[in-house]
Design a protein around this ligand. Sequence first.
Ligand code: NAD
Ligand code: IPM
Ligand code: MN
Length: 357
Amino acid sequence: TQPYRIAVIPGDGIGKEVVPEGVRILEAAAEKFGFRLDLEHHTFGSCDYYAEHGTMLPANWKEILTPTDAIFFGAVGWPATVPDHVSLWGSLLQFRREFDQYVNLRPVRLMPGVPCPLAGREPGDIDFYVVRENTEGEYSSVGGTMYPGTEREIVIQETVMSRHGVDRILKFAFDLAQSRPKKHLTSATKSNGIAITMPYWDQRVEAMGERYPDVRRDKYHIDILTAHFVLNPDRFDVVVGSNLFGDILSDLGPACTGTIGIAPSANINPEGRFPSLFEPVHGSAPDIAGQGIANPVGQIWTAAMMLEHLGEVDAANAIVAAIETALREPASRTRDLKGTATTREAADAVLRAFAAA
Ligand code: NAD
Ligand code: IPM
Ligand code: MN
């Protein structure tokens, strides 16, 4: 069989530290499960590249990445040298849009043995997906500044919700909910205050819901929804939200399971017309970069999500099982989980569990 063609883009900060650990598990999985990988390593999509070239990406980035089967991405951003909106709109947000990766799928799971910051919660109590709209909504380029530099200065950025864009993310979320035992979908809204786009969102949820009579659905305004994440995380199964709401919920959810350092994500173009992109939820963490202490589990779990997407389901499940085994051991945990392991040691523990299974 043909090798999977994977673009590897570490990006900045701890992205450069955790991506090699993700690559190690990918290579171990290929060996163990009998598939081949053709890894193409790229330095673009980083602030170092920007310093040298004045852009985040080469002009022909689409030609380079389009033929790949998937993009394995670390994190982008080094605000000390490049403003975040420049580095992010010049890379990750471009990929999401230009490759129409309209689903951002972010699992939230309390792993066995990991101390939960929420009192009395056990594995099984927190096990849901955040499904985030990934190409429109609040992340729009519609708007601008009027009367700049004057006292009348006005800055506007419009939220964009297209029927096509809203319906397709809702369909993905309902399909996912329908495939799960609980068959429950929660919609994040704010139709009390944001009185044009959010009532529209609610209306499309109702319309889509009629096509899924077996899926129980509810909705919460985003403010109280964040409270329920903390107080009643067992209430959730599939949570669907707009681009910004999904962004916020997908940091809060993992934080409720101990750390954002273990959380993976898949930026998916479900039709497969373009490559999908796999990255941890976290960023480049400048505050700990260069110390070798970043949690590699988010990147490693991301590798599992990518393999699942490529059809290597057994390999993906084996990686997640190895993560669970490793995390049970306090000595295998990094500092964000109150452990003492370095990035390398934490990854070694997962690799050992993977090899032993
Ligand atoms: P961040 O996720 O980088 O860090 C937030 C906090 O979590 C920090 O204290 C950090 O040390 C900690 N943390 C994050 N990942 C960790 C890990 N794997 N192990 C241990 N601790 C971890 O968010 P931020 O500080 O808001 O952003 C820093 C930079 O990253 C900015 O440039 C931002 O724009 C960018 N960013 C990029 C992405 C991405 O590429 N997908 C995501 C979020 C933020
Ligand atoms: C994420 C990140 C990005 C986002 C930033 C870095 C633009 O926070 O992937 O969650 O907001 O989508
Ligand atoms: Mn985010």
